[in-house]
Design a protein around this ligand. Structure first.
Ligand SMILES: Cc1cc2nc3c(=O)[nH]c(=O)nc-3n(C[C@H](O)[C@H](O)[C@H](O)COP(=O)(O)OP(=O)(O)OC[C@H]3O[C@@H](n4cnc5c(N)ncnc54)[C@H](O)[C@@H]3O)c2cc1C
Length: 425
């Protein structure tokens, strides 16, 4: 069955013509495919993923925090979709019995100069309706996190923790159970929009023809958009985030989630402590270090094409001029765990360098515009018959089900689809 509301596009008689193709088998692509099949039950959908496994990149390499909407500028897409997405996610986790814990988070100010920023965050949190958010003093902080020090803090008891890979794999199961296909090992190297559809050309030598394509390829989305003829003034810059892991006998020093007061210009910097869901391990990080390879989880990795694209982009040099000091410090701490621990000791004085070892890493897909500013908000772009999810940084995992709703509703308006009201959550 075709897509209702669009009578213009004739079906191909040669080869299979899909109604919808989603490029990218991370949590955003899978949530979008799930939303498409719930709202367009007759459409034939395929998900195309380059890796042999789903959720291999950002979705499988993150902190696992269910954010509560504290950090995002009120009115921004991030603020709207993280608030809604958090609710949708928790309903989904309950419905499909996926383990999670609302273990709570403190955002800690350790010096007086951080207090105005802490208060600004509190105002954002109130406007974004963060559940039960409150300001606390050092005594209450001590009750919640006995080993953490600070002069003032915000407490968000309903911030939580989950394994996003598990969420993505559940979405994939549901998509397959409804009879739709998820094809792994299909690296899409080019997207060609034609008058009656979209041709997705895979490195495997296979072509996929579809009426519409939604591209949620994480760090590769900008490249695919440019290849499709989209004139893009911004680029993905890959930032590696490394974690230190606390020794098992020191895990008791952190009960849940402990965060610093963020710098609004570089909100992902600063030491975060995260108690993980599955094994109770405590991760410290991630930091943010520019990396020369988009998909390689190793220090010093370089992919010539990835590196060239970064260096040839004027926005990178403008960003570098603005933030080189912070960048060098991050790089230094990435090579000297003791320096990273010194930063962590501001919050957890009992921590010592021998309590930690380097652990896993993730690579952030961060869109940077030509003026060198990090693009903070989620961003979608349309191009004839394709929609590109261009910027989906943190908290896109928390927000994924709401991002999917937003994507499908906007695509429906732009492309003239008729949507059903979904029957199940
Ligand atoms: C270190 C780190 C910590 C984070 N912590 C949190 C957190 O605690 N909470 C939170 O909400 N968010 C967090 N995030 C952000 C969150 O992980 C991402 O925003 C989210 O996973 C994005 O999902 P995605 O599906 O867009 O991207 P991805 O998971 O990267 O998926 C993109 C997929 O597209 C595939 N792909 C790429 N190119 C092609 C191609 N050409 N053809 C076919 N397939 C292709 C990739 O293989 C990949 O599977 C964190 C991110 C990082 C890096």
């Amino acid at each position: 069955m075709g897509v209702r509301g669009d009578r213009s596009a004739p079906r191909r008689t040669m080869g299979k013509m899909w109604d919808m193709a989603v490029v990218g088998g991370g949590i955003v692509g899978l949530a979008t495919a799930w939303e498409l099949l719930r709202t367009m039950p007759d459409a034939q959908i395929v998900v195309l993923e380059q890796e042999p496994e789903l959720a291999t990149h950002q979705t499988g390499h993150n902190s696992g925090v269910i954010h509560s909407g504290l950090y995002y500028r009120p009115g921004s897409l991030k603020a709207q979709l993280s608030t809604l997405g958090r609710r949708r996610l928790i309903d989904f986790l309950d419905q499909y019995r996926i383990p999670y814990a609302l273990s709570g988070k403190v955002v800690v100010a350790v010096s007086a100069d951080e207090l105005p920023r802490l208060m600004r965050l509190f105002e954002f949190g109130i406007k974004n309706q963060v559940p039960q958010l409150r300001e606390i003093g050092p005594e209450e902080l001590h009750e919640i996190e006995p080993h953490v020090v600070g002069i003032r803090a915000l407490y968000s008891p309903e911030t939580g923790i989950v394994d996003y890979r598990q969420v993505a794999l559940k979405l994939a199961d549901l998509i397959r159970q409804r009879g739709h296909q998820i094809l792994t090992g299909q690296h899409i190297r080019q997207i060609r929009e034609e008058s009656d559809g979209v041709r997705l050309i895979a490195s495997s030598g296979q072509d996929f023809t579809t009426r519409y394509a939604i591209v949620a390829a994480g760090i590769a989305t900008d490249r695919l958009a440019r290849g499709a003829g989209f004139s893009l003034q911004s680029r993905m810059i890959p930032f590696r985030g490394d974690y230190l892991v606390m020794r098992p006998d020191r895990r008791h020093l952190v009960r849940s989630l402990v965060y610093p007061v963020p710098d609004p210009a570089l909100p992902f910097l600063g030491v975060h402590f995260t108690k993980r869901l599955n094994d109770g391990a405590v991760w410290i990080g991630p930091n943010a270090v520019l990396t020369g390879a988009r998909n390689v989880y190793r220090r010093g990795a370089v992919n010539p094409r990835d590196l060239f694209e970064v260096l040839a982009f004027p926005g990178f040099w403008r960003m570098f001029r603005r933030h080189w000091r912070a960048g060098l410090l991050e790089w230094y701490r990435d090579h000297a765990a003791a320096a990273y621990v010194r930063l962590a000791q501001r919050y957890l004085p009992e921590l010592s360098p021998k309590d930690v070892t380097w652990g896993p890493m993730g690579i952030r897909a961060q869109l940077v515009d030509v003026s060198g500013m990090l693009v903070d908000d989620f961003r979608l772009e349309f191009h004839r018959r394709a929609l590109f999810v261009l910027n989906a940084p943190s908290p896109a995992a928390t927000s994924s089900l709401a991002i999917a709703e937003y994507v499908v509703q906007h695509a429906a308006t732009t492309f003239g689809w008729t949507l059903d009201t979904p029957k199940d959550p």
